[in-house]
Design a protein around this ligand. Structure first.
Ligand SMILES: C[S@@+](CC[C@H](N)C(=O)[O-])C[C@H]1O[C@@H](n2cnc3c(N)ncnc32)[C@H](O)[C@@H]1O
Length: 707
């Protein structure tokens, strides 16, 4: 293994730091939040939150429609936190007075199913508190959304062509639904979302032609038709790949609803064109530029506006009283034939109003600085306009389909408080990384302006509402990332064809339908019962069924015998079999997950504790490299610098065994940059130091050492 060359600067935030990096420990969670963890938020494990029935009409119906009358709220565990100690001040403490008192006053990032996260927020003091909720749920596109993964650095492997660094695609989330499951899924979330909104709050639902008509009916039902605010058509400059009847789809829709009758609303405005501004040629005695507007009404049929002013009879635009008021204010100027005209001042212009067609915001393209390689990432400019329209500084913004974190990032930049949730660990990792950079950058920019007092209050750099965030887990979706990984390998290993339109079966093997059972448990009779239930709903389905799992419970054999007996008697048409990937004579030898490992050494010096990551190895990455290069039989994956496998390193210099409080983060922003691998942190004698290494596939390894 080659030794690392001169360490490179790793993140924007650490550009000036020399290797090894030195960071002051920050106290990341307060005593209040420690209590929050210890108590799991609520003394009981579960709370039932009630949901008011929707009153709106008309209603869309579907097979299996079930209104959500209550939801179960589970406790959340605090797993990570990031808080910057800085001399720039957050927004004044008054903005936090409505915040539930047991919850830390930071951004909140939840890893979990949003139905559970929303119920958790309702049960923990956020009912009616959120000013704006934006969601960008899956669009029912029938697709798996993947991101392309590759190693860091262009010269890290033993091969030279760039293909060799590719780790292939990693599924981030699946957008395949059976029947009307999609509608039920969104319906339940809408009911919870409405409960969280403040009376003057707004809800923004991003969707496209596939479901927008149904979703509008659902929103009419849940929010009430009278609370429909508007529908924004976001025109993409580059139409999407899908073409319908020769027309490329070039727009998404954003449906906007309010909770109450008077939503907070700051209409978005655009700057005026130079041509328009050039019309302000008149100057008054104070040097103010103005233009003269006609006061004659274009509609002659307005008897109440028909009167004589300054000796001229006309149908005017305004009443006589208003005209007198203008006169008093010195806002009138008269033409040579005595007709009054209105002086409109340039310095009073507010901006050009927009229409509901937004065609000036470009999608995130492959070269964009903001690109995170997260599929379906939305542009920051879009969220900036939305958040600025529906909120003021300090308001709470929520996105429970957070993806790469665009909503949280913009809320953070605009000085709003924010809450985000996603079920995909990759989304949480991407968002956390992005937010760390945004917060650090804000602090650096304030320092460079010697801004030590409360944050600048101009529009470009609003005061941040917070300089940190906490990551919570609601139930354990960590296994999902490994499941996705193993799932794809299994599909490839078996030679299955994936079915993108079937939400229950994962694909076909020859003529048989295949279901892959999650790899976190062996195939059990419950899995088989589930298949039987599904087949009951599909009376015409005659194909045989294959269930694939890593192992199987003993009771399976008896179940299968019974089932196949019934089949012989002609009661059911489908033969069911189980493939055990570990031991099957034909399909056995399947690669099973071997965890990644990291080695680190720790040395106390007069500067603090010096940490060196000596090695990191991920068998999954090596397996992926092998798979990607299988056309080249001589290729043996060999990664010369472990750092090309590593996405980020974070360090907690006083780890309490439960919550990872980030004291130092090394997150190279550019793909070709490597982590440093050498760090210095301040740590008290006897404190536990934890180093978390996350690889390019999102697998995390924790190295812990008592200093
Ligand atoms: C279209 S993407 C959002 C993209 C995001 N607007 C951005 O700018 O990056 C939809 C996200 O919803 C998440 N998601 C899907 N089902 C979910 C659920 N039940 N709970 C939480 N998140 C979910 C997916 O993991 C995915 O990240």
């Amino acid at each position: 293994m080659k030794t690392a060359k001169k360490p490179k600067t790793s993140s924007k935030t650490q550009k000036t730091a020399k290797s090894p990096k030195v960071a002051k420990p920050t106290r990341a969670v307060s005593a209040a939040s420690a209590k929050y963890v210890a108590s799991g938020l609520k003394p009981k494990n579960e709370t039932r939150v009630e949901i008011k029935p929707a009153k709106g009409r008309p209603m869309l119906t579907w097979v299996g429609k079930k209104p959500l009358r209550h939801a179960i709220a589970y406790p959340a565990q605090l797993v990570e936190s990031f808080n910057v100690q800085s001399s720039i001040k957050n927004r004044k403490s008054e903005i936090w007075t409505d915040w539930p008192k047991d919850i830390p006053q930071t951004g909140l990032l939840f890893h979990g199913d949003n139905k559970e996260v929303l119920a958790h927020l309702l049960a923990n003091g956020f009912r009616g508190k959120v000013k704006l909720i934006y969601i960008d749920p899956p669009f029912d596109s029938g697709a798996d959304y993947v991101r392309k993964v590759s190693l860091r650095s262009s010269n890290g492997t033993s091969l030279f062509d760039s293909e060799s660094y590719t780790l292939g695609e990693q599924v981030q989330y699946t957008d395949i639904w059976a029947n009307d499951n999609y509608l039920q899924f969104v319906y339940e979330r809408l009911s919870l979302i409405k409960e969280l909104l403040d009376e003057d709050g707004t809800f923004w639902l991003h969707c496209d032609y596939r479901q927008s008509h149904y979703l509008k009916c659902l929103c009419d039902e849940v929010f009430n038709r009278n609370n429909f605010v508007t529908e924004i058509v976001w025109k993409r400059s580059m139409p999407r790949g899908n073409v319908q009847h020769g027309l490329s789809v070039a727009n998404d829709s954003v449906l906007v609803y309010s909770k109450g009758i008077e939503p907070k609303w700051h209409p978005p405005l655009l700057p005026y064109s130079d041509e328009y501004m050039a019309r302000f040629t008149n100057k008054d005695k104070n040097g103010r530029h103005y233009v003269l507007d006609s006061l004659i009404s274009p509609n002659p049929d307005r008897p109440n506006l028909d009167y004589v002013w300054n000796g001229v009879r006309k149908v005017w635009r305004v009443t006589k009283d208003k005209m007198a008021e203008y006169e008093k204010q010195g806002r009138l100027e008269y033409t040579s034939n005595r007709i009054a005209r209105f002086k409109r001042y340039m310095d009073e212009l507010k901006g050009r109003p927009l229409t509901t067609i937004w065609d000036d915001i470009f999608p995130v393209n492959s070269q964009a600085d903001e690109r995170e390689d997260y599929p379906t990432q939305k542009p920051e400019a879009l969220l900036e306009r939305i958040i600025a329209t529906g909120t003021d500084g300090g308001d709470i913004v929520l996105d429970c389909f957070l993806g790469s974190g665009t909503t949280a990032v913009i809320a953070q930049k605009l000085g709003r408080r924010w809450i985000g949730a996603d079920i995909n660990k990759g989304a949480i990792q991407t968002t956390a990384k992005r937010l760390q950079s945004v917060i650090q950058e804000r602090v650096e920019s304030a320092k460079s302006k010697t801004q030590t007092l409360p944050g600048l209050e101009d529009e470009e750099t609003p005061s941040p509402a917070q300089l940190g965030f906490a990551v919570y887990r609601v139930n354990d979706y960590d296994l999902q990332i490994q499941h996705n990984e193993a799932f794809n390998l299994a599909v490839e290993h078996l030679g299955m064809a994936r079915t993108k339109t079937d939400a229950f079966f994962d694909g076909t093997l020859g003529k048989k339908l295949v279901k892959i059972v999650p790899f976190n448990h062996p195939v059990t009779p419950l899995d088989l019962e589930e298949v039987r239930r599904e087949l009951n709903n599909r009376p015409d389905e005659e194909r045989d069924i294959v269930l694939v799992g890593l192992g199987k419970e003993v009771a399976i054999e008896a179940w299968l015998d019974e089932c196949n007996k019934l089949r012989k008697q002609g009661n059911i048409p489908n033969k069911i079999e189980v493939i055990e990937l570990r031991s099957d004579p034909k399909y056995g030898g399947f690669f099973t997950h071997e965890p990644a490992k990291a080695k680190a050494s720790f040395k106390r010096t007069d500067k603090g504790v010096e940490i060196t990551i000596d090695d990191f190895i991920s068998p999954t990455i090596l397996e992926r490299l092998k798979q990607q290069n299988k056309h080249n039989p001589l290729f043996q994956p060999q990664v010369n610098d472990w750092r090309s496998m590593v996405d980020s390193v974070i360090i907690d210099s006083a780890f309490d065994g439960k919550v990872f409080n980030i004291t130092l983060a090394d997150i190279p922003e550019k793909k070709k940059d490597l982590v440093d691998g050498k760090y210095v942190v301040e740590a008290k004698k006897g404190a536990t130091i934890a180093v978390k290494v996350t690889d390019m596939l999102g697998e995390e390894v924790l190295v812990i050492k008592s200093s």
